[in-house]
Design a protein around this ligand. Structure first.
Ligand code: GPU
Length: 833
């Protein structure tokens, strides 16, 4: 249906076009209008929440005008687009980011002040959009910011979960999960009730002969769930480009079927059916680096993939181009294996719906997809039981078998004498029950596979995907080291530091060309500059100390060394190593005379992070941290020399307070286990140093900032296998200092001996898989070096400035250019208006 307004009437439209506010007066007008109309309130009942809502609606209106123009232009120019498929987008708050990206924060600040509000209080009203678990979801959010800021025509596709990651409460030292219902009022989304896709599940496949005498598959029966689009505008920084994040929400298909049920008095079962459909987009699975193979999770994956591909194909078809041009118009990036069914779905659309032959379709598919791997941990590699896929998606299973058949045939040709390789690389694992290996499917169906840091990309080529390098050659595999957006993680989180840097570099250009930070190195001997630098760090620590006081009641001294480890709780990330180290410090202090104690460097050990609800050991680690905190923080011998805190409900908006306030942060995973890490980058960009292992992006951070500006310790990835082997088959002795820590825990110093015994047994009796004991000594010694270095504040500030100056490489802008160049083959499309 043609919905376009005919030429003669367009004058009237142009005359009445909506104008974006430009001054604080115009902004105020918009806020008042939204309070009075959208919210139906007045100046007599406008609290901060209402002021936040109205401010957000005013900015949303502004963004959508830019959004419209961006989309019109992208459609008109019909250039290649990027689609980033991710089950997680950990966006955090939108208002502050929107104000800064459109360059209107000062305008809004003045306007809000005029109306009786402080901008910080208004920003603080917003509920985080927490549609992700950790690094993987936050990476997707940083990428969206960079794609828009660099003017790439790009869309994100995800699920609109009703419940994001749970809210964490700490009750009596234990984690308790509370549902995160965030949608009661979300001014940042545009429901598109007219943009829907019917998604089919279950049913059966029959072969029929078509008019041309060809046998074709018809997937019929089963049930339909409707996907409804919700659009979230993504503003670029200092550009009118505003991209789209499209999130799908599930709803029952309704229609005649329900009506029949209703008439036959079966109202309840039709309601139940509706609820079942809505369950699909109900909740984000709270696991990080773990796949548990739940049927509903597979349903989520297909629902989201099918709706997104339908949308992408619909947009392509509007251009009336030949199918073989599809990969020239469309690049789809798979954020981990979660969207791998997209490969099968596109093949299905092309052969079953559009009637292409298999080989052409497959060429189009592999030309379109790229796959990013984010882990080598075996428990995180996705596999689905063949029976489940058969039941839920019968046609897709047939196509998977065909893809596998053709793939294995070609491998057999290439390696005629090697039977073993076929078993190893098959997309189907011949286990009991048989499983579909999603990573294998993703590799076979993509033209590029990338890891997320150099070490990680090397590891996937030499371990889990080794055979595929033999088969496809090394060119299919590449590295794109992760990055972070300097807009949120410097400009927004640390405005004073951002302004200091801008004043020295002469502009804010560094926010879009982070390599310009290197000019700061010329200033490392500038006394005044160093003083300001140190003052800003101190002010950020004061702010965090205030937050700690408010949330935990504990007083911390902002002059102490702030030592932070905030990230998901996981044995491989080794918060247990950290807390054992803290106990060792406590015991050492206790053993000292008061005179000796006076000479020690005061420390504040700060932890934060969520444990997956079903991850028992991670929950024990949280409990031990809290238990140690309640002993240490109340020990009068210790006073300010050591405080131990667990900050509840770590999330993006809390990270914005915590990252600028660290002196040192801990990135201490067992070597070879953390694919990249990205918070390591956030802390260094904010002038904190790192204590870390030779793992993930720590290695590249070291290369950039220099070995003198980072504290590395521990065994190397290449030695891990041998050490593990020795633990199991040789004699396994525990580090003596660690043994003393264990004795203290077992004495009951920190309460519940029973609770902590499993953590100790994992090291002592079960092979110490994560090498806690092997790395303990070097960890403790390196912390001593940190204390020593921190005594020399003058030198410490030089390290801090030098490190920041050398962090340019870790901007997510650099990542996006690398993907655009090496994987997507897309160009930016700047708007000239
Ligand atoms: N990552 Br797999 C997650 O946050 N969740 C996951 O389920 C998987 C990976 C992380 C990696 O652990 C981290 O090292 C990396 O920096 C991040 O993805 C982004 O690539």
């Amino acid at each position: 249906v043609e919905a376009s307004i005919p030429e003669p009437q367009r004058e009237a439209w142009k005359r009445n076009q909506t104008a974006a506010f430009k001054s604080s007066d115009e902004f105020e007008k918009e806020v008042v209008r939204h309070v009075e109309t959208s919210l139906a309130r007045s100046m007599f009942n406008c609290d901060e929440k209402a002021a936040y809502s109205a401010t957000s609606l005013a900015f949303r209106d502004r963004l959508i005008l830019d959004w419209n123009k961006t989309q019109q232009r992208q459609t008109y120019l019909d250039s290649k687009r990027v689609y980033y498929l991710s089950l997680e987008f950990l966006m955090g708050r939108a208002l502050d980011n929107a104000m800064l990206n459109v360059g209107m924060k000062d305008t809004a600040k003045a306007g809000l002040a005029d109306l009786g509000f402080r901008i910080e209080d208004i920003i603080g009203q917003e509920h985080d959009a927490a549609l992700g678990n950790g690094g993987l979801g936050r990476l997707a959010a940083c990428f969206l910011d960079s794609l828009a800021s660099l003017d790439f025509p790009a869309w994100g596709y995800g699920l609109r979960y009703r419940y994001g990651i749970f809210k964490q409460e700490i009750i009596d030292g234990y984690q308790v999960e509370v549902p995160d219902y965030w949608l009661d009022f979300n001014p940042w989304e545009f429901p598109r009730h007219d943009v829907t896709v019917d998604v089919q599940f279950f049913g059966s496949v029959k072969k029929v002969t078509n008019e041309e005498g060809k046998s074709v598959a018809v997937w019929e029966g089963g049930e339909i769930v409707v996907a409804v689009a919700y659009d979230v505008p993504i503003p670029g920084y200092d550009t009118p480009t505003t991209n789209n994040l499209r999130l799908w929400s599930s709803k029952a298909s309704g229609g005649e079927f329900d009506f029949q049920k209703f008439n036959s008095g079966d109202y309840e079962s039709s309601v139940a059916e509706q609820q079942r459909a809505e369950t699909i987009s109900n909740v984000l699975y709270p696991n990080d680096n773990l796949e548990r193979g739940k049927e509903l999770r597979l349903k989520q994956q297909y629902f989201w993939v099918a709706a997104s591909l339908y949308d992408i194909v619909r947009r392509f078809k509007k251009s009336k181009r030949a199918w073989r041009e599809f990969p020239e118009q469309v690049a789809i990036q798979l954020n981990d294996t979660h969207p791998t069914l997209a490969i099968v779905e596109l093949q299905r659309i092309l052969i079953d719906v559009e009637g292409l032959d298999w080989d052409l379709a497959w060429e189009i598919v592999t030309g379109t997809f790229g796959y990013t791997n984010h882990t080598v941990l075996p428990e995180a590699l996705e596999k689905w039981p063949v029976g489940l896929v058969q039941h839920l998606l019968p046609r897709h299973l047939q196509i998977i078998y065909d893809i596998n058949l053709f793939f294995l045939q070609s491998v057999e040709k290439q390696f005629p004498d090697d039977r073993e390789i076929l078993t190893r690389v098959s997309i189907i694992e011949e286990s009991q029950p048989k499983m579909v290996r999603m990573a294998h499917l993703a590799i076979v169906g993509s033209h590029k596979v990338n890891g997320v840091a150099e070490l990680h990309s090397d590891l996937i080529k030499t371990t889990i995907f080794k055979d595929f390098v033999e088969i496809y050659g090394p060119d299919r595999f590449t590295n794109v080291t992760n990055g972070i957006t300097p807009r949120r993680w410097l400009h927004q989180a640390n405005p004073r530091l951002s302004e200091l840097i801008a004043s020295k570099l002469g502009s804010h250009e560094f926010l879009k060309d982070l390599s310009q930070l290197n000019k700061l190195e010329l200033l490392v001997q500038d006394k005044e500059f160093k003083k300001e630098w140190a003052e800003i760090k101190f002010a950020n620590k004061v702010r965090l100390a205030k937050y700690i006081k408010e949330t935990t009641g504990v007083n911390v001294n902002p002059s102490a060394l702030f030592d932070v480890q905030v990230k998901r709780i996981h044995e491989y990330k080794r918060q247990q190593l950290n807390i054992f180290g803290v106990i060792h410090r406590y015991l050492t202090l206790k053993a000292m005379t008061p005179a000796e104690r006076k000479k020690q460097m005061p420390r504040v050990s700060i932890f934060g992070g969520k444990a997956a609800p079903g991850y028992w050991m991670a929950k024990q680690i949280i409990h031990l941290i809290n238990a140690v905190g309640s002993v240490v923080n109340n020990d009068e011998d210790i006073g300010d020399l050591l405080k131990v805190l667990f900050l509840e409900d770590y999330n993006v908006s809390k990270a914005e307070i915590i990252c600028p306030a660290s002196d040192i942060s801990e990135h201490i995973s067992t070597a070879g286990t953390e694919a990249s890490g990205t918070s390591n980058m956030k802390f260094v960009l904010n002038g904190g140093l790192i204590i870390g292992t030779c793992d993930g992006a720590n290695i590249e951070i070291t290369r950039e900032v220099g070995e003198n500006n980072i504290f590395l310790f521990g065994n190397l990835a290449e030695d891990v296998e041998d050490l593990r082997h020795a633990h199991t088959y040789g004699s396994h002795t525990i580090d003596p200092d660690l043994a003393k820590v264990f004795e203290e825990i077992q004495k009951g110093t920190f309460g519940s001996v029973h609770d902590f015994s499993a953590m100790i047994a994992a090291v002592k009796d079960h092979g110490d898989y994560y090498l806690v004991s092997d790395d303990f000594h070097s960890y403790i010694e390196t912390h001593k070096l940190v204390d020593e270095a921190y005594r020399n504040q003058e030198e410490w500030v030089v390290k801090s400035i030098t490190a920041v100056a050398r962090m340019g490489f870790f901007s997510s802008d650099r990542c996006i250019y690398e993907y655009a160049d090496g994987i997507w083959n897309v160009e930016p499309l700047p708007r000239r208006d």
